[in-house]
Write a protein that binds this ligand. Structure first.
Ligand code: SAM
Length: 249
């Protein structure tokens, strides 16, 4: 099993694959100003097993293209959509976020929770905005420094994991430079990391290790996960995800 297969097997049994929660998705939806509008076209990029996709579909009217690179996640999303009577409104799209199979100016809303870092915040915005209608909304959550300074150990860890980690003001400046007007932003609270992400993941470790027959690679993956969690618990006052909601001018 390669590294991706292992990651998929670890994460696919969970409600979500990154920090977030239905409550913050709802808060961000409210900030879009799109509640009550009809027949919206929405893309949810890096949707995973659909943690936020189902919340989007139950609050907003219209159709959602749910994009992920991995069919294993999309299969689970489809089952969850059917179980919630939302399958007619959610179309799974197996594609890479740097080669989206969509035309120009078609979406009212592009959503992406915890995934734009894979391309980079600026590069992702620059590439995705052509798919938005003028006046369309972009809603992104991305790793963000919450203080102006921080311990060197932490800085080194995140610069390696995610070189574009930056402050809220730096993220807002990028949005402005890319032709967006920010209409709201906020920092994700702790429960998004602990209760909705790390704890459910940790509860699944023993089943994962059983499925993987305690392989060396599986044990290493869990060890990495644990050290990321320990880093979070030690330094959580310095970083979180920021949610950014902006309109294309
Ligand atoms: C941190 S997870 C976030 C998932 C989900 N949005 C959530 O918050 O629970 C990042 C997601 O991006 C997907 N992904 C990774 N590389 C991708 C790519 N090149 N194109 C599209 N999706 C990708 C992963 O499969 C994963 O589902």
């Amino acid at each position: 099993m390669n590294e991706f297969d292992l990651l998929i097997d670890l994460h696919k049994h969970n409600q979500r694959q990154g920090p977030g929660s239905p409550r913050v998705t709802e808060k961000a939806i409210e900030l879009t100003g799109l509640l009550g509008q009809k027949n919206l076209r929405i893309a949810d990029i890096g949707c995973g097993t659909g943690g936020q996709t189902l919340t989007l579909a139950s609050h907003l009217d219209g159709k959602i293209s749910a994009v992920d690179l991995f069919p294993e996640f999309l299969e689970i999303l489809s089952v969850r959509a059917s179980e919630n009577g939302l399958n007619k409104r959610i179309t799974p799209v197996e594609a890479s976020m740097d080669k989206l199979p969509f035309g120009d100016n078609i979406f009212d809303l592009i959503w992406s929770e915890g995934a734009i870092y894979i391309m980079g915040f600026e590069k992702g915005i620059a590439l995705w905005k052509r798919h938005l209608k003028t006046g369309g909304i972009l809603a992104l959550s991305d790793i963000t420094w919450t203080t102006d300074s921080r311990p060197e150990e932490l800085e080194q860890f995140w610069k390696k994991e995610c070189p574009e980690i930056d402050t809220v003001s730096a993220k807002l400046e990028i949005l402005g430079n890319q032709g967006f007007e920010t209409i709201g932003h906020f920092i994700l609270p702790e429960d998004c990391w602990i209760d909705h992400f790390y704890l459910p993941l940790q509860e699944s470790y023993s089943f994962f290790l059983e499925r993987q027959e305690q392989s060396k690679e599986a044990i290493e993956l869990i060890a990495n996960d644990r050290s990321e969690f320990e880093m979070y618990m030690k330094f959580k006052q310095y970083y979180s995800y920021g949610f950014y909601i902006a309109r294309l001018l």
